[in-house]
Design a protein around this ligand. Structure first.
Ligand SMILES: Cc1cc2nc3c(=O)[nH]c(=O)nc-3n(C[C@H](O)[C@H](O)[C@H](O)COP(=O)(O)OP(=O)(O)OC[C@H]3O[C@@H](n4cnc5c(N)ncnc54)[C@H](O)[C@@H]3O)c2cc1C
Length: 401
């Protein structure tokens, strides 16, 4: 039986996080630079405060400087820190470093952990993940074409990748490329860690994409006769698909957790505005239509929150929770988009100005229905599971607690 009421330890964590948000994070939102995030002279001191309070990198284990709190606590914490677009940066849990940190934790050798994971976890360097290619559907990594060929003790990578988030300024990339083209589709690819100062690695351009919160852009990158050592393979040969899934599973739930915080913030902003703004002799909040907006948003946020915490709880029990994670990926993304949309509507044109966080959140939110698996793919995962259970006469049995 799960219970999502925070225990004493979680309450303390949430109180401390809320205090930091109010004292240091919201007041610094105005310094955020589009496409670049917060300047280091503002960001670094804030990160030090978070580290001192023991709230740094909730997604990572204690051994590498994280909190080691599990998915459920991470979900509760993410709701608080994601209420600001700069929250995840200040608390050391921003994409794509969070996902890369998790994959390194699971698959890296001792040497790779020391060289890459420790400075990444500490926020000293940034990283990127190069999987999606212009030529093939990003939704199906079994179709990747970029390849690495063995040459003595080295691998030679030739690949075009795009939408590689954070590539400008990253210290290293994790590249997913074909090493064994004749294997079955799930065992054709491997992962490599590539230093971005490798002469064979090149950031071709930042692809202009709607939304502006990520430092380092969403880039087209190219690997041209890029030589890496045998020891730079991450995980085992042929494990690329499996490890990418391992990265994406927790990544998806982390996104969904963050979206709850964003949606809460937007609802809060619209309620504040509706209670102040007058139309005729009444406030907007007195209008039935605006009340419907508020009620619908609250109901949807609560539903997405419970689904997310349930998936987190299952993952803490060691379950992959594949179907649950897919549900929150497409359902959570829809709730996020709808709640922000209503909040903007309540504000009128003011909601579209940069004086409010809403328009920035809105531009970011559209991508949520595409990255880490488009809605359609996640719906397919859920539907296939239901169809399978029905064939086995298991549908509806033992689904929840
Ligand atoms: C903000 C953002 C950041 C990103 N960061 C990274 C990154 O750091 N590294 C990286 O490698 N990639 C990154 N990506 C790329 C992302 O992983 C891909 O965009 C995603 O996997 C979808 O692939 P695609 O864009 O090639 O669309 P396609 O796979 O070509 O799909 C196009 C559309 O077809 C439909 N579709 C696809 N498959 C199916 C199906 N099986 N059934 C029904 N309909 C289907 C969906 O509607 C989908 O939206 C990022 C994307 C975004 C938006």
């Amino acid at each position: 039986m799960f219970d999502f009421c925070p225990n004493e330890e979680q309450k303390l964590m949430l109180e401390k996080a809320t205090e930091i948000m109010e004292k240091y994070v919201y007041p610094n939102e105005k310094y955020m630079v589009p496409h670049r995030g917060l300047p280091n002279e503002i960001l670094k001191p804030l990160q030090e405060i978070v580290k001192k309070e023991g709230l740094w990198a909730g997604h990572l284990q204690k051994e590498v400087g994280g909190m080691g709190i599990g998915f459920l606590s991470l979900g509760l914490l993410s709701e608080v820190i994601a209420r600001s677009p700069i929250g995840p940066y200040v608390f050391g849990s921003m994409a794509p470093d969070a996902g890369n940190g998790e994959i390194l934790w699971h698959a890296a050798t001792k040497e790779q952990k020391e060289k890459y994971l420790i400075p990444l976890a500490n926020g000293d360097i940034r990283s990127c993940f190069a999987m999606t290619e212009p030529e093939v559907s990003g939704s199906d990594p079994r179709m990747l074409q970029g390849k690495a060929e063995k040459d003595g003790n080295e691998w030679v990578i030739n690949a075009n990748k795009w939408y590689t988030t954070g590539a400008v300024g990253a210290a290293f990339a994790i590249a997913m490329v074909v090493t064994d083209p004749d294997n079955d589709p799930h065992h054709r690819t491997s992962l490599f860690i590539v230093d971005t100062n490798n002469p064979g690695f090149e950031v071709v351009r930042e692809v202009p994409v709607m939304g502006d919160h990520y430092p380092g852009g969403h880039c087209e990158v190219r690997f041209t006769n890029c030589r890496v050592r045998e020891e730079d393979m991450l995980g085992k040969r042929g494990e690329g698909f499996k490890l990418a899934q391992l990265r994406l599973g927790p990544g998806r739930i982390t996104h969904a957790m963050r979206w709850i915080g964003v949606a809460h913030r937007c609802l809060q902003e619209s309620v504040d505005f509706a209670q102040e703004r007058k139309a005729g002799d009444k406030t907007l909040a007195e209008s039935q239509i605006i009340q419907n907006f508020i009620a619908d948003s609250e109901a949807e946020i609560q539903a997405a929150r419970l689904l997310t915490l349930q998936a987190a709880w299952r993952m803490d029990q060691g379950d992959e929770a594949r179907s649950e994670v897919s549900i929150i990926k497409f359902f959570g993304a829809k709730v996020l988009n709808d709640v922000i949309d209503r909040s903007i509507q309540v504000h009128g044109m003011y909601g579209l100005t940069p004086n409010k966080v809403l328009e920035g959140f809105y531009r970011e939110a559209r991508a949520a229905r595409i990255y880490d698996g488009a809605d359609e793919v996640h719906r397919m995962v859920v539907a296939r599971q239901i169809l399978k259970e029905n064939k086995q006469n298991r549908l509806g049995r033992g689904v929840t607690v």
